[in-house]
Design a protein around this ligand. Structure first.
Ligand code: KIV
Length: 272
């Protein structure tokens, strides 16, 4: 908020870069719907990621692969409607950018035009260089994503820590440098050793945002349903739960059921 005008100062690619330059950590969370996005935005989150993790936490799929471009745009529209300050970044879903740069550009344009979001995110380095180039040329800010890239889960086979071996670590360093040089405005590093995150974050001019990548990233992101304790069965070492909403919501639901069954709800004051 600007003290002089009372106007809310929106988070932009420039403010994200200045945060890295002055050593202020960047806080990012995923959001998929209007009500939660409004809470996160009013609480002061810097970036809301409309993650393709919606495929898991919203739709109940096992992987991020099934979610479609139309479904991502629907989630992004809901989030954008809620936000006054945060920057909204939308994941390009599996299949919307891998085949060629023309497909990638048209998917990115649909996301920006139909949702009103501020940037897109896509997974990969040199393999998707042409797509990133083309999207950036159209004036669309791009967030990169390296390390564990869930859209390639069937190639990796597991969700374990990536880039522990030198060959994979070197590819990640090279890809990170490439994304910085291409003009991505930031880079997600997922589930890689903290030492590698430190090295990459110190060597890049753009901010890194880590998930399971240690404390040296320039910012952190968590899947909101995990950090709020709505999901139960996902307990990786990197996850800190800030609430236990599964229990809170279960207890509230049980109280409601009990009040309905016992005719306690609605009371005389709760009717017309
Ligand atoms: O889709 C998602 O939630 C993500 C984060 C894990 C970075 O890509």
């Amino acid at each position: 908020m600007s003290a002089a005008t009372g106007e809310i100062r929106k988070v932009t690619t420039h403010s994200i870069q200045s945060m890295k330059d002055r050593g202020e950590k960047i806080a990012m969370l995923t959001a998929y719907d209007f009500s939660m996005a409004r809470i996160f935005d009013e609480a002061g989150i810097d970036i809301l990621l409309v993650g393709d993790s919606a495929s898991n936490v919203m739709a109940g799929h096992e992987t991020t692969l099934p979610i479609t471009l139309d479904q991502m745009i629907y989630h992004a529209q809901s989030v954008v409607r809620a936000v006054s300050r945060a920057m909204v970044v939308v994941d390009m879903p599996f299949g919307s950018y891998q085949s060629n740069s023309e497909v990638a550009l048209s998917s990115a344009i649909r996301i920006m035009k139909e949702s009103g979001a501020h940037a897109v995110k896509l997974e990969g380095g040199a393999e998707v260089e042409d797509s990133i180039r083309r999207i950036l040329l159209a004036g669309i800010p791009v967030m990169g994503h390296l390390g564990l890239t869930p859209q390639s889960i069937y190639k990796f086979g597991t969700y374990t820590v990536r880039a522990k071996e030198e060959q994979e670590a070197q590819k990640l360093r090279d890809d990170a440098k490439l994304l910085d040089e291409l003009g991505c405005f930031s880079l997600v590093l997922e589930k890689i050793p903290a030492k590698l995150t430190r090295e990459v974050s110190e060597s890049l001019s753009i901010p890194t945002i880590g998930i399971g990548a240690g404390k040296h990233a320039d910012g952190q992101v968590l899947v909101s349903h995990d950090m709020l304790g709505i999901t139960r069965d996902f307990n990786p070492r990197f996850l800190r739960r800030y609430a236990e909403l599964f229990q809170v919501m279960t207890a509230a639901t049980q109280s409601y059921i009990s009040d309905v069954k016992s005719r306690d709800f609605p009371s005389d004051r709760e009717q017309y």
